[in-house]
Design a protein around this ligand. Structure first.
Ligand code: ADP
Ligand code: MG
Length: 753
């Protein structure tokens, strides 16, 4: 059997569906992210319908595939030959709905004999509408008695459905597409279940028995051919566990491998650049910073690579922690690199670090302190000659501290001796990319520190960042002010927007500065600016309500500077400006030469202007909850209390409640969870695009946090018990998950935040 599989089980499960069910069905299933036999078996019904229950007909939604159990209230013939039809009025004893059947005379008369007044049946079809009333057009049906036992069916009804009902009385309703209704999915699942036959179980007995899990075969049969709801839910529990475990096994294996990797020991030099830096630091580290620094310096001294995630809210002082770690690398004769997600941030880091270092960052020029190092900035927009010079400084080892965007990882950049890679605000890298960062020519790895200001709920840390150990900075250093957040509903209060501009004028008059944030760059952009805002906001089903054009930075800038903010010094900042222009605007704003900056989300992360006290976010409903929280972190960074106005013209309850949640709490962890929950809801509501790359189908990162933690423990133990990967089924499970792309839903989420 071709492929990387050690076992027949996984070879079967990973067989291309087209080989089993044909190209056409396979193509339709691809729309449901189902490509292999195993994908299909893990496509579980959204719910089950039993023939013994009666459905609530008032809940039918037009356009949905449904299976309903209903009673025949009345039948009548309608229309003229040859367009005669049978109309059957169905009832749940409260609401009625009409089902219409078309066909040749003899079929129609057969159906009308079956569907007599009082007959009970399960009808499966799509809800349409006729004359403004919901209607079922030509549904399949099977007749059932009050015990759910099948007693007859439409002449040409799908056999799979009839089989399903006659066997057990439960019909699974699968996620379906227009081309592939639920009963076709059911039919295909039947085919595949028969095809793959009995499967061995990758889980050792102790795991199953200690968790009360059914075996693998029972699980697949339980979800697809349940005799009882209990069987179905036991099956689902098992499959969900497998999914969580597979992901955790991948992480555990990765941790195991990297623990075995070699890394340069960064033990430092007493009296070196780190000690000199500490002596000059204008403030005392907080206890939290001290603790995290100790932890990091300790790990850097080990012969194996550190892989650590440092999370801390905006302003919690991650930069100084990062700098101290980098100086330790330099004191150990190695280089350190800091990677930022955007050029604006990279150059800001460069500026901030140069300032923090003072002449310790001047390089080995005459008069520089002993141990001083050269700090360089490498971004994609550097001119060719300058870039060559910087690359040369990196290759020769003259530059000890290298700051840049991911341009740092292009093939043309060679480090003389890279000891540490720090990735800032990095959610744009996936687990796999991260694993390849900082590979050294001799096959060993540089140490790695990932910093993020997005609070990451524990279960997500264990999935999307499961290859990393975690440290958290919880305090905010002194000198922080409150930020008051208010939702400005301009649909209800059109005058409030004017008031917002007035507030900005008042703050500027008092010597403060302001941000105005827009969801896109120019009016022609169909998508939110900088690709950053097309997440929860667009997925929450509120798009229909928000058809109004979004504010664009360019147009807002022009309108405000000639109108409500006329006379103030207003700047414009967005991702499409050339890097030097961006830098110019940012530094003018930072030094107070600009009062107001109109921007997109490029200002989201890391920007530090303590004098900025107001932020107005236009069309705030277009941003994700976490993103708004990040944006808001740009103000209240100095001694002045901040004011954040979330302006929206949306009237959708979902949109407004998200904004109110942001206004009411500054707990980033809470908001992060809320964000995730709502995005998933967005998926359920039908925008199928979201999360399509995710490998998580059954596990929900927030609700199943307990399961994820449990799976992690099991994975740790399995890897410990079987360090050499002798267990073939488990090895295949890991391979399969790695192949599917281990980016969990959470990873997707973080990438887009
Ligand atoms: P983060 O990167 O976590 O958002 P920064 O590292 O940019 O935060 O720190 C925010 C501000 O707080 C900076 O101006 C920094 O110099 C300052 N700062 C950091 N640590 C301390 C401390 N222990 N005491 C006082 N100020 C601090
Ligand atoms: Mg920062």
């Amino acid at each position: 059997m071709p492929g990387p599989w050690r076992t027949r089980q996984f070879a079967e499960l990973n067989r291309d569906l087209a080989e089993i069910v044909g190209d056409k069905t396979a193509a339709a299933l691809a729309g449901l992210r189902v490509r292999s036999a195993g994908d299909l078996l893990r496509l579980v019904p959204r719910r089950y319908l039993s023939g013994t229950e009666t459905s609530d007909l008032s809940e039918l939604v037009e356009g949905e595939d449904v299976a309903i159990v209903a009673k025949v209230h009345d039948t009548r013939m309608a229309g003229q030959e040859p367009r005669r039809r049978l109309e059957v009025v169905l009832t749940d004893d409260r609401t009625t709905i009409t089902a219409t059947f078309f066909g040749r005379e003899r079929y129609i008369s057969s159906w009308s004999r079956q569907l007599t007044r009082g007959a009970r049946a399960i009808f499966v079809g799509r809800v349409g509408s006729f004359g403004g009333h919901p209607q079922l057009a030509h549904p399949d049906f099977v007749l059932v008695d009050e015990f759910g036992t099948i007693t007859g069916h439409r002449a040409r009804t799908h056999r799979a459905m009839a089989d399903q009902v006659s066997r057990d009385g439960l019909i699974g309703l699968y996620p379906a597409t227009a081309k592939l209704p639920t009963w076709n999915v059911a039919e295909t699942v039947e085919l595949v279940l028969d095809h793959v036959g009995r499967l061995g179980d990758p889980l050792p007995e102790w795991v199953r028995s200690s968790r009360g899990l059914v075996d693998e075969d029972a699980a697949y049969h339980g979800v697809h051919r349940p005799a009882t709801r209990r069987e179905a839910s036991a099956g689902l529990d098992r499959l969900r566990f497998d999914e969580a475990l597979a992901l955790q096994l991948v992480m555990a294996r990765r941790r195991q491998r990297s623990a075995g990797d070699a890394a340069p020991r960064l033990t430092g030099t007493p009296g070196g650049i780190l000690d000199q830096f500490d002596d000059r630091l204008p403030f005392r580290l907080t206890d939290g910073q001290q603790e995290v620094c100790d932890e990091i310096l300790d790990e850097l001294a080990q012969p194996h690579p550190m892989r650590r995630l440092l999370q801390g809210e905006v302003g919690s002082g991650k930069t100084v922690v990062a700098v101290r770690a980098m100086l330790r690398a330099i004191d150990s004769g190695r280089q350190a690199a800091l990677v930022a997600p955007t050029e604006v941030l990279a150059s800001q880091h460069y500026g901030a670090i140069r300032t923090l270092l003072g002449d310790l960052g001047d390089g080995q020029v005459l008069g520089a302190p002993e141990g001083a190092t050269e700090v360089v900035l490498l971004t994609g927009s550097l001119g060719a000659a300058a870039a060559t010079a910087v690359r040369e400084a990196i290759a020769s080892g003259r530059a000890g501290l290298v700051i840049g965007t991911h341009a740092l990882f292009s093939a043309s950049v060679r480090f003389a001796d890279l000891g540490l890679v720090i990735v800032d605000e990095q959610h744009r890298f996936g687990v796999r990319q991260r694993a390849s960062l900082g590979r050294r020519p001799d096959g060993s790895s540089a140490h790695q520190l990932v910093m993020t200001a997005t609070p990451i709920p524990r279960s997500i840390a264990m999935t999307a960042f499961g290859d990393l150990a975690t440290s958290t900075l919880t305090e905010i250093p002194a000198g922080r002010s409150d930020v008051q957040t208010t939702v400005v509903e301009i649909a209800a209060h059109p005058g409030w927007l004017e008031r917002a501009w007035e507030r900005i004028r008042e703050e500027v008059a008092a010597g403060r500065q302001a941000f105005i944030v827009c969801p896109r760059i120019d009016p022609g952009d169909p998508l939110p600016a900088d690709g950053a805002a097309d997440d929860g906001a667009a997925d929450d089903g509120s798009t229909g309500v928000d058809a109004a054009p979004m504010a664009s930075a360019i147009e807002t800038y022009e309108r405000l500077s000639s109108g409500p903010l006329h006379g103030l010094r207003v700047g414009l900042l967005h991702g499409r400006l050339p890097a030097d222009e961006k830098d110019a605007v940012m530094s003018a704003f930072a030094s107070g030469r600009i009062d107001v900056v109109v921007a997109t989300t490029v200002i989201e992360v890391g920007v530090d202007v303590p004098n900025a006290s107001v932020m107005v976010v236009l069309d705030a409903d277009r941003f994700g909850v976490s993103q708004l929280h990040q944006l808001r972190g740009r103000i209240g960074r100095g001694e002045h209390p901040g004011l954040c106005l979330l302006v929206t013209s949306s009237t959708s309850d979902t949109a407004l409640s998200r904004l109110v949640a942001v206004a009411e709490t500054r707990d980033g962890f809470r908001l992060a969870e809320l964000d995730l929950l709502q995005r998933r809801e967005g998926n359920v509501l039908g925008s199928a695009q979201a999360g399509t790359k995710s490998s998580l189908r059954l596990v929900r990162v927030i609700e199943d946090a307990g399961l994820i933690a449990d799976a992690r423990e099991v994975a740790e133990r399995l890897v410990r018990d079987d360090p050499d990967e002798r267990h073939d089924l488990l090895a295949d499970l890991v391979t399969q998950t790695e192949r599917q792309g281990e980016e969990a839903a959470a990873g997707e989420w973080l990438e887009r935040t």
